[in-house]
Design a protein around this ligand. Structure first.
Ligand code: BGC
Length: 737
């Protein structure tokens, strides 16, 4: 009996030992500290495996480590919605039927909301869409500074002011990443023109770099905690931005302590040794048609693939940089594709559609509203003439890599028709013919916009209609075709294309109740501005464009957006064109320096067409009792600015209180004033609220190139509290001791 028991016990023991589960390796243990997991995984990898994970394997993915069960990374554009899937190695459509998305408003519109909560909602919603589509890295948001209205890609960015862009990018990044999806903030840095984007080399001083062009990236990395960043196409100090010692090693990873991944822009890598040394971690898109570029797998020929391996094998470079790159990529994988606690996300949810509409409404800017032309009243069943190609043209297709395949896009015409129902008659006339194409990488807008009538005929028809209607609303502006608001090309000038100026003048003459809605991501010239009573900046608003616009035009929502960039009267009124260089190849001198946008206009006393921060409402706001908590401030200290804002009109609304700082005496040039704080506040009709904004010492500082440090000079400062950069309601005195 005893023997029998012993035998059973021994058998059990044997069975136990051979079938006991091996201990989980640290890298697979989600509860182990991130850095321990990274080191554990790295220690198990061969050099070849490390090389594998630092370059692409397809148009939008990079390999994992199959042997170790470490998953791949899948990227997607970005930044306005989740791009439809393309073929493994081509830009053309994969032909999926599950990849339609919600298009959110373009980032200029988001910036125009001046609403940090709207940015958080945007990030949450697009992050959930990315997660549902099982994407790990969202290629966006973009925060290149709006230097010139000619940049075809301004619509993907957050305007001309570094403080506004920095404030708006942070919530977006944080909320996306809560989904286990990394943001890839782009295009770092100085990608301020599309023309010759692979060969331009901005030349600027450090002060301009640090004060104007870097703050939004820094905030995205340090405050937002972005897990990746995209190198730009252009050069800087003789090296491409994707492998640039100064930008990547010294500033991003050195000064800012970035622990994430530097991803190249698609085709932005040009040199293996620079890529090894100068901070690039993950190479993408080096050949548009990757497979055709090599005999077996052209991805092996990427700069950070076989050429790198060869240098290591020949002993020409060590493996220290390789380990650093692989570590960063592993960190990204653990944070995203291998994150076991990430949520599942959702696609095309009611909440996302609602978010797109709401953000759109918050971003629309009422530029002018003489005689209270807007909102349109539906009393007495009016006849509303809707004119213009942009009333019907799908705007989510085109524009470059941000092009989307949407489940639905509500056009301005359809939005208005749906909103008025049977309370008004809406009649459409084309007015002008602009871009009749509507295709991007195989996504087709499926609209036949062809119209062979002459300009004269089109204008005559529109004018005749305008004369017999109670209201006329024209939707014009730019579109997503080349040389409009589109990647890879710049605009030819500030003027509206397609003879729209003639049409606008004719409509303004035909009917005094004329509203011009400008659809664009850029400023346009408005030589007829005095003749048109109501002007609205309508942006590219995505899936819900028509609904957002209709709500504003009809007064169902009160406009509350403010311009995130200046509208100059003429192109020459913009610093980059007055004294700077723009649009060329090779060295492009940013001679205007720190005087970008309103900083130029205000300092040089050049009146804009519409100022930075400008935006009207259907109500009015009074400012009173503006105060500083102290009239002096010390280095490292802070003061509080408070002001009471009253909604003095008859409808509820939102006001954006803006805080600008000007240095009264300084040993070097400082802009007349600079935005250093803002708050968007909702006020019911008749309601008053006290708004408080903190002003830290840093808000008084400039970047001292010589000392390579931020500092301020003692003396007097003016604190301007206003409703726009050209509508200051109170000026306060502050002394730096
Ligand atoms: C663009 C990037 C984009 C990438 C992938 C590039 O041409 O500059 O913004 O994310 O393509 O589509």
């Amino acid at each position: 009996m005893k023997t029998k028991l012993t035998l059973i016990a021994m058998a059990a023991l044997l069975l136990g030992s051979c079938c006991s589960r091996p201990e989980t390796p640290t890298y697979l243990n989600p509860n182990a500290p991130l850095e321990e997991r990274v080191e554990d995984a790295l220690a198990r990898m061969t050099i070849e495996e490390k090389i594998d994970i630092i370059h692409a394997q397809s148009k939008f993915s990079s390999p994992g480590v199959q042997r170790l069960g470490i998953p791949e990374l899948w990227c997607t554009d970005g930044p306005h919605g989740i791009r439809p899937d393309v073929l493994w190695d081509e830009w053309e459509q994969a032909g999926c039927t599950n990849d339609s998305c919600v298009a959110f408003p373009a980032l200029t519109a988001l910036a125009a909301s001046w609403n940090r909560d709207a940015s958080a909602l945007y990030g949450k919603s697009i992050g959930e869409e990315a997660r549902y589509r099982e994407k790990d890295v969202l290629l966006g948001p973009g925060v290149n500074i709006y230097r010139s209205p000619l940049n075809g890609r301004n619509f993907e960015y957050m305007g001309e002011d570094p403080y506004l862009a920095a404030q708006m990018v942070v919530p977006y990044v944080r909320e996306v990443q809560k989904n286990g999806v990394a943001t890839c903030v782009k295009h770092y840095a100085l990608n301020n023109q599309e023309a010759h984007r692979h060969t331009t080399e901005p030349v600027l001083d450090d002060r301009t770099l640090y004060e104007i062009y870097l703050p939004a990236f820094k905030a995205a990395v340090q405050e937002g905690g972005s897990w990746s960043i995209m190198g730009a196409y252009n050069l800087y100090e003789g090296e491409h931005a994707c492998h640039n010692n100064r930008l990547l090693n010294e500033i991003l990873k050195g000064e800012w302590g970035f622990d994430g991944v530097v991803i190249s822009d698609w085709g932005g890598t040009h040199n293996t040794e620079e890529a090894i040394r100068n901070g690039l971690d993950l190479e993408f898109g080096s050949w548009t048609d990757g497979l055709a570029n090599g005999s077996s797998n052209a991805y092996d020929n990427y700069y950070l693939a076989d050429p790198y391996l060869r240098l290591i094998r020949e002993g020409k470079v060590g493996t220290e940089e390789l380990d650093d790159k692989a570590r960063r990529v592993l960190r990204l994988i653990f944070r995203t594709s291998m994150n076991t606690s990430k949520p599942f996300g959702s696609l095309l949810s009611e909440a996302h559609i609602e978010a797109a509409r709401k953000i759109g409404e918050e971003g629309i800017v009422l530029l002018k509203n003489d005689n209270q032309t807007l909102p349109i009243s539906l009393e007495n069943k009016p006849r509303i003439a809707v004119i213009g190609e942009n009333a019907i043209k799908m705007m989510t297709v085109g524009g470059g890599s941000s092009s989307l395949k949407v489940a639905k896009e509500v056009s301005p015409l359809d939005g208005l028709k749906a909103a008025v129902g049977d309370k008004a008659e809406v009649i459409y006339a084309r007015g002008y013919v602009g871009d009749v194409t509507g295709e991007y990488n195989g996504v087709v807008a499926a609209q036949d916009l062809n119209d062979n009538r002459s300009e004269k005929e089109l204008i005559a028809e529109a004018v005749a209609l305008a004369k017999e209607c109670d209201w006329v609303v024209m939707f014009g502006g730019l579109n997503k075709a080349s040389h409009q608001d589109c990647e890879d090309s710049d605009r030819f000038g500030l003027e509206l294309p397609y003879a729209q100026n003639r049409l606008i003048e004719a409509l303004a003459e035909a009917n005094p109740k004329f509203v011009y809605v400008n659809i664009s991501g850029n400023a346009v010239a408005m030589p007829w501005v005095e003749k048109v009573p109501a002007i609205v900046q309508g942006w590219f608003l995505g899936s819900e464009a028509g609904n957002s616009l209709a709500n504003i035009l009809l007064g169902n929502a009160n406009p509350s957006g403010k311009l995130p960039f200046t509208f100059p009267v003429r192109l020459e009124d913009c610093g980059a064109h007055a004294v700077g260089e723009y649009g060329g190849t090779g060295k492009v001198h940013y001679n205007e320096g720190i005087l970008v946008g309103y900083r130029w206009h205000d300092t040089k006393a050049i009146a804009p067409l519409f100022a930075f921060g400008h935006g009207l409402s259907y109500t009015t706001f009074d400012y009173s009792d503006a105060r500083l908590s102290s009239s002096t401030i010390k280095e490292g200290g802070k003061v509080k600015v408070s002001v009471t804002v009253t909604n003095s009109g008859k409808v509820d609304g939102q006001e954006i209180v803006q805080l600008y700082v000007g240095d009264c005496e300084s040993s070097l040039l400082r802009p007349a004033k600079e935005l250093k704080g803002f708050e968007k506040v909702a006020l019911k009709a008749g309601e008053s609220k006290k708004v408080e904004i903190e002003l830290p010492y840093e808000a008084l500082c400039f970047f001292d190139d010589a000392a390579h440090a931020w500092r301020a000079e003692k003396g007097d400062f003016k604190i301007y509290v206003g409703s726009a950069s050209d509508d200051i309601r109170a000026t306060l005195d502050l002394r730096l001791k």
